[in-house]
Design a protein around this ligand. Structure first.
Ligand code: AHG
Ligand code: MN
Ligand code: MN
Length: 336
């Protein structure tokens, strides 16, 4: 990565990264600038969600006299509106939409397929805990005007870009086009994202795990044994779990950690979705030197069969992910 000092704007980063790719058409830069715009709009609404809540449930008018929409519906509409007219996408896939969202006839289509979880961590909206938007970008591989499922039901290794925006104490956009992972923090006073986390790495050992332990008794006994083996006081592990995948992943990316969402008898393929949760975060994890597995295979090697297919997910520092895969295969390690 060219040397960008702290404080570089996202726009400058995108333009200079594009210049490093001869033959780039500029469509991906335009797409990511529209993502940043939508992120600013959602961030502003998230910051005021509590005010909307003061005036009752969705459907009322809020303190700004705006119609109160559920935040995940608002996020979904905002990202679609920001992308559909820009001539850079041929289709959009969203957690909030059953099928593929086609680009309206009035607009030009472009080279890219945009898959998103417009608002991840919905259960945390009213608690002021971190929530976010997760996105994945494929270059289309079909002809014709409208993109099809074949353009996105592919291995995650074929992604051209992935990222997320976490709406927390600050709003941070984290993205990768495959070479390194970089974070940009929004300065709401000027409405710009500035480089704040250059070259985030998931390397070396970690002593932090994230999972919903309430379900542990339903997990594979070998995974339960692995988890129990961490709790020897001398090992110094700690548990951190927000209940927003994007918040848990961001903390682990910044400070190190491994996140687990294993299958249970009621959810044999896990809860998290391949296209717009597991694959984009796995793309980021591997670009940062970490790993992501479904317990037997790397997430990025799996081909989803349907748009909303779910998968077990173990993601974070590579050593910890490797330990989990080994425990599920051979049983928990004996820790001397
Ligand atoms: P979403 O809000 O997009 O449906 O995603 C929620 C997911 C994910 O953010 C989080 O890791 C997980 O649900 C939490 O699940 P539990 O409440 O079962 O722990
Ligand atoms: Mn989600
Ligand atoms: Mn969601």
């Amino acid at each position: 990565m060219a040397h960008f000092e702290e404080g570089t704007t996202l726009d400058r980063f995108l333009l200079e990264t594009m210049r490093a790719h001869p033959g780039a058409t500029g469509q991906l830069v335009t797409l990511l600038k529209q993502v940043a715009l939508a992120g600013k709009l959602v961030s502003a609404r998230v910051q005021r969600a509590g005010l909307a809540g003061m005036l009752g449930a969705a459907g009322g008018m809020n303190i700004q006299g705006e119609f109160v929409q559920k935040l995940d519906i608002y996020a979904n509409e905002t990202f679609k509106r920001a992308l559909e007219h820009a001539g850079v996408c041929c289709m959009i896939v969203s957690e909030e939409e059953d099928g593929i969202v086609a680009i309206p006839e009035a607009f030009e289509v472009g080279e890219y397929c945009f898959s998103m979880d417009p608002l991840d961590g919905s259960s945390n909206i009213d608690t002021n805990a971190s929530i976010g938007t997760i996105f994945a970008v494929h270059r289309r591989c079909t002809d014709g005007r409208d993109g099809t499922a074949a353009d996105v039901l592919r291995r995650g290794r074929e992604l051209v870009c992935a990222g997320y925006i976490v709406y927390g104490a600050g709003t941070v956009l984290v993205l990768s086009t495959g070479e390194g992972v970089h974070g940009f923090t929004l300065d709401p006073s000027v409405g710009e994202f500035f480089l704040s986390h250059r070259d985030l790495r998931l390397s070396g050992p970690t002593r932090a795990y994230s999972c919903n332990e309430a379900y542990a008794a339903q997990w594979d006994p070998r995974l339960q044994a692995w988890l129990a083996s961490l709790k020897a006081p001398a090992l110094g592990w700690s548990a951190r779990y927000i209940g927003s995948l994007v918040g848990d992943f961001h903390r682990n990316l910044v400070k190190g950690g491994v996140f687990l969402y294993p299958p249970t008898p009621k959810a044999p393929k896990g809860k998290l979705r391949m296209l717009y949760e597991a694959q984009p975060l796995a793309f980021l994890a591997e670009a940062a030197g970490g790993a992501a597995s479904d317990g037997t295979a790397p997430i990025l090697d799996k081909v989803p069969a349907t748009l909303h297919e779910r998968t077990p997910l173990y993601i974070g520092n590579a050593d910890a992910v490797a330990e989990i895969v080994a425990a599920l295969r051979d049983g928990a390690p004996s820790r001397a």
